[in-house]
Design a protein around this ligand. Structure first.
Ligand code: M6R
Length: 369
């Protein structure tokens, strides 16, 4: 049932192009418009939404953090993303015009379920993004958009994450479409690019051998740091989470702009730092700032592992290891940038002799608060 792979996680990483394509299937029509009638929240209700709140845990929370950038940019609706376990305990402000999005692979995560129950009690509409048909979270929500990742067995979430991102982009673009924001042209072109993204995920998977080799050389390290900006920041957090749960190593993700506010003190000789570099096109200011972050940490002895868009010549001189990813629109970059981090964590776990599919102390779905 592992389809010739040593671990379910490896199989699930390899299945990502299909999972992404399946999640898009039937949701974009030939004219390039989104058809999400299945969501069954009338366009008239979506037009009235004044705030979006996303609740989720762990990896699903990272997908939600990325969704915030997409939703605010394409729809201009204020959006906040919150850890489900924190949400209801701070008496959040919600009303009938709040759209709450609960993201969960299993559909059984108790923290997320309690958050959505609280939201509905306050009158908010809840849309679930879920991978498990008929599970509790979609059953208790007003609407559901299923991800089509297929069953995910490994405790560490991989293909579910990519499909959660796809579902979040679809919701963001759909909200933009029904509300007719000024980004209409951009929305159409991103929908087109999204249709190509499965092929790009496949391209990344084809080039992972150097990442595996690199991971094996780092098996005796104590710490790995991850830096990113904009949507690269949640990608950095996700890279760190994968490493913690699989390799049992100390790993931390930072927003690169925060480096100078404290974390740069952690940089010492030979500490591996993975940096997710935004595209040099689009938000190029961010790109240039991160390039100077790479210079700063390298000058202090860090071993820089740089994930950058193919053809981005400016980072090469400061990268001890360069991992190239395909050219994508800025907001979609997490779909390709996360894959090397999954492979990296899986290989490190193997090199350290850990149980990849069943890491210690963890359960696939966390059904207690
Ligand atoms: O089933 P869910 O998506 O609600 O699960 C949420 C988290 O427990 C889950 O993503 C967890 O963080 C994974 N083990 C991460 O790889």
């Amino acid at each position: 049932e592992k389809g010739g792979y040593d671990y379910f996680m490896l199989k699930e990483i390899a299945e990502q192009p299909k999972a992404v394509a399946d999640t898009l299937l039937g949701r974009i029509d030939l004219a390039g418009n989104l058809c999400l009638d299945e969501v069954r929240i009338p366009a008239s209700v979506l037009r009235e939404v004044t705030k979006v709140v996303i609740v989720a845990c762990g990896t699903a929370y990272h997908a939600g953090m990325i969704a915030k950038y997409a939703i605010e940019h394409w729809t201009r609706i204020p959006c906040e993303t919150e850890l489900a376990s924190e949400f209801r305990y701070r008496d959040p402000i919600l009303d009938q015009r709040t759209l709450v999005i609960a993201i969960s692979q299993s559909g059984e995560t108790m923290d997320t379920l309690m958050a959505l129950r609280h939201a509905r009690e306050q009158g908010a509409k809840v849309l679930a993004i879920c991978n498990t048909n008929g599970s509790t979270i979609p059953r208790e929500s007003d609407a559901v958009l299923y991800t089509h990742a297929g069953p995910e067995v490994a405790v560490a979430s991989t293909k579910a994450f990519l499909t959660q991102l796809v579902a979040c982009y679809l919701v963001a673009l759909y909200l933009g479409q029904v509300r007719g924001t000024k980004w209409g042209d951009e929305i159409l072109s991103v929908i087109r690019e999204l249709s190509e993204i499965a092929t790009q995920v496949d391209e990344v998977l084809e080039t992972m051998e150097p990442v595996r080799e690199l991971a094996r050389t780092l098996a005796d390290k104590n710490t790995v740091l991850f830096l990113g900006r904009h949507v690269g920041f949640p990608v950095a957090l996700e890279g760190a989470l994968k490493l913690k749960e699989l390799a049992y190593m100390h790993a931390e993700g930072f927003a690169a702009g925060e480096l100078k506010h404290g974390p740069i003190a952690l940089i010492e000789q030979d500490v591996p730092v993975v940096v997710v570099v935004p595209s040099p096109r689009g938000r190029s200011v961010l790109h240039d700032k991160i390039v100077s972050n790479i210079q700063e940490i390298r000058a202090r002895g860090a071993r820089t592992i740089v994930i950058a868009e193919r053809g981005d010549a400016s980072v090469a001189p400061y990268a001890d290891h360069l991992i190239e990813i395909p050219v994508t629109p800025t907001l979609l970059q997490p779909l390709v940038a996360t894959v090397p981090l999954q492979v990296f964590a899986c290989e490190l776990a193997t090199a350290r002799g850990n149980e990849v599919d069943q890491p210690r102390n963890l359960a696939k779905s966390v059904t207690v608060e």
